[in-house]
Design a protein around this ligand. Sequence first.
Ligand code: SF4
Ligand code: SF4
Length: 241
Amino acid sequence: MCAGRIDLAFVLRAFSNGVDGVFIGGCRLNECNYITHGNYHALNMVLLCRKLLEHIGLNPERLRIEFMSGAEGILYTEVVNEFGRQVKALGPLGQSEGLDRGELASRLASVTKLVPYLKLVNREKLASRFSREEDYKDLFTLEEVERMLRDVISYHIDPEKCRACMICLRKCPVEAIDGGKNRIHVIDQATCIKCGTCFDACPERFGAVRKICGEPVPPPIPEAQRTIARKSKAEKSPAAV
Ligand code: SF4
Ligand code: SF4
């Protein structure tokens, strides 16, 4: 219904499913019926996505957004036909950019996995609304996107500090945390979407979740060493026995 509903993940999924081009049509800017101005959000998302496509070696012209009213049927037809011709000239996705199917799939998957993180770190820019078109030119730069992807933040649970309270495990939106009662918790880095919820959720007195940037994440503690030996009541206060 609204262009603002189109998520970065939808566009990347379309490319992952093999489409050669994605066209997004939105209402004219500043003519949104609601205070949300979702078409600005869609525009910002497209600008970011085009840089991401460029970063992974795909032609950003494969993604286009245009704004028009529901009454401009002729304009819509012209724009879509023209985009269709352009995509045809660009050729098949990946093949035209010198990427084989496996490489294309792996590059798209690596960026798709980071969508929640990219939305989080760019939330202010994605919500921006400028009045002049030229202000959008450098909203996202390739250098910035490359830096963002190079300095991706990871989260790690310090086995020395984790008290197995299970708060992070319950709050993780993608079940990336392995743990349980009296078990040191471990983050599965392949499943983690880097949302930072565990970092915020871990009680301050434990402070077990670390934010890591620019250095490798330590390997997970072996299964056999994850059990936390708790002292019994008697051991804690022998006088009470
Ligand atoms: S950052 Fe933490 S809460 Fe978020 S997905 Fe990763 S493990 Fe789960
Ligand atoms: S919230 Fe902190 S202390 Fe509790 S299980 Fe998670 S990492 Fe461990």
